[in-house]
Design a binder for this molecule. Structure first.
Ligand code: ZN
Length: 438
């Protein structure tokens, strides 16, 4: 028995040396997440005139993924899925205002454990540390919100310019390599601001016109950020990832916003990964749910220690060494878990309102209240307007429903994991300003 302790000590020593060696050789990782950015507003995905020359430039240096999806179209749940590799029921942040379970590991915590310097600059109230729990693993988590874009009293956002004004000095003066930096830009989240100097057509000040100026505005600031990043750190030392946490419905299915449906405008997201080991300018159409991003990044950086994260690396698929996913699952919940002054709450853990499975070219959506099954052939009907569930395709709809419910019910025993405390009046007002509470 006496030998156990020296052996254990040796093992710890070797582990530390191994982890330290990984960190010495490791690349930096920069994650840029853009709130509410529709894939079809990023010019590189289209043939039309681009609103996003800077994101297009990054795409030309990256692998561009054309079939990337969020698992849930809500900010905190989605970013918790990105950082943990898990769907909402398994990390616990199923709605905005519900923090993820403290015991669930994040990418930042893994990287910090490997010796990374970790910093985040976030700009959406739902990403406040006490509301989402994503500060876990970050030695600096800046969630100060100094801007407001509506008539309320709360300053519930940080503009793209203000994010740069904090993140760039951090890169210039404080970052110690290797580092993991996460910047989250809140534009083009509602309420959409009309940015005069970024308007293509000054007569278009409607929802789409204002939204588009927000996209051009955030793209400009992403360009400034990337210019400084590249001047400070050579591209071969740094992996850069750009995503949206979810998209936005701009009137499709009679809805403006996100979170209440699982149609494509909200679920499809831009995804580009720039890394010296990848082929710049490559396009990939593999199914890529954002829950696979954390492990893919770990794999790209040749780092061990991803076992505690969910999802899987898509790198072997990209290299043609493994088969792509045949289907992916999606869900949504009511927008925010709301607190009450009496200390009770509004049943923060509720069932999802919609579930979906996408098995190209078929997509089945199951609405829970009232119960309704929908089936779409996405190649022939990308607008998801012709429900084929009660047609000759009914057997297919039922098979996808079984697949979907199998996935969902498997998760049920693991629910109730997250942390919820009733929201303060300040939190409630901020979430209302973002449209999550009506
Ligand atoms: Zn969001």
């Amino acid at each position: 028995m006496k030998m156990i302790y020296p052996l254990k000590t040796l093992f710890v020593l070797f582990s530390c040396l191994f982890l330290a060696q990984q960190a010495v050789d490791a690349k930096n990782l920069v994650l840029i997440s853009v709130d509410t950015l529709r894939k079809d507003r990023v010019g590189v995905y289209l043939d039309s005139k681009s609103l996003t020359p800077n994101m297009d430039r990054l795409a030309a240096q990256s692998v561009l993924f054309t079939e990337a999806f969020t698992v849930v179209p809500l900010t905190s749940p989605s970013m918790c899925s990105v950082m943990t590799g898990l769907p909402p029921a398994l990390h616990g942040s199923e709605r905005n205002g519900l923090a993820k379970n403290e015991k669930v590991l994040t990418l930042a915590a893994v990287l910090r454990g490997l010796g990374y310097d970790t910093a985040a600059f976030v700009s959406n109230w739902t990403l406040k540390a006490h509301l989402c729990g994503l500060n876990q693993g970050f030695s600096l988590y800046d969630d100060q919100m100094e801007d407001k874009r509506w008539a309320g009293l709360i300053k519930g956002e940080t503009s793209a310019k203000a994010i740069n004004d904090k993140a760039i000095p951090w890169l210039e003066r404080e970052a110690k390599e290797p580092f993991f930096l996460w910047v989250h830009y809140t534009e083009p989240h509602a309420p959409y601001v009309y940015h005069e100097s970024f308007a293509e057509d000054s007569s278009n000040r409607g929802v789409r016109g204002r939204y588009d100026t927000e996209v051009a505005f955030v793209d400009h600031h992403i360009g400034l950020f990337l210019e400084r990043l590249d001047a400070l750190f050579p591209a071969d030392s740094t992996t850069v990832v750009l995503i949206a946490d979810h998209g936005e419905s701009l009137g499709e299915h009679n809805y403006v916003g996100h979170g209440r449906q699982v149609y494509d405008p909200m679920m499809r997201v831009p995804l580009m990964i720039r890394d010296p080991s990848l082929t710049a300018g490559q396009r990939s159409s593999i199914l890529f749910p954002l829950i696979d991003l954390a492990k893919t990044c770990m794999d790209l950086m040749s780092l061990q220690g991803a076992a505690g994260l969910g999802g899987r690396s898509e790198l072997p698929v990209l290299r043609g060494e493994d088969s792509p996913r045949k289907w992916i699952f999606m869900e949504t919940h009511r927008g925010a878990a709301v607190g009450r002054a009496d200390g009770k709450d509004d049943k923060p853990r509720d069932d999802p309102t919609h579930l979906a499975v996408y098995a190209p070219p078929w997509k089945a959506i199951y609405e829970l209240k009232p119960k309704k099954l929908l089936l779409f052939q996405m190649q022939e009907d990308p607008g998801e307007e012709r429900n084929l569930a009660k047609t000759e395709e009914n057997d297919r709809a039922q098979a996808l429903y079984e697949l979907l419910m199998g996935w969902y019910t498997q998760q049920t025993p693991l629910k109730k994991q997250g942390r919820h405390r009733p929201l303060s009046s300040k939190d409630t007002e901020a979430l209302r300003s973002l449209g999550y509470i009506r």
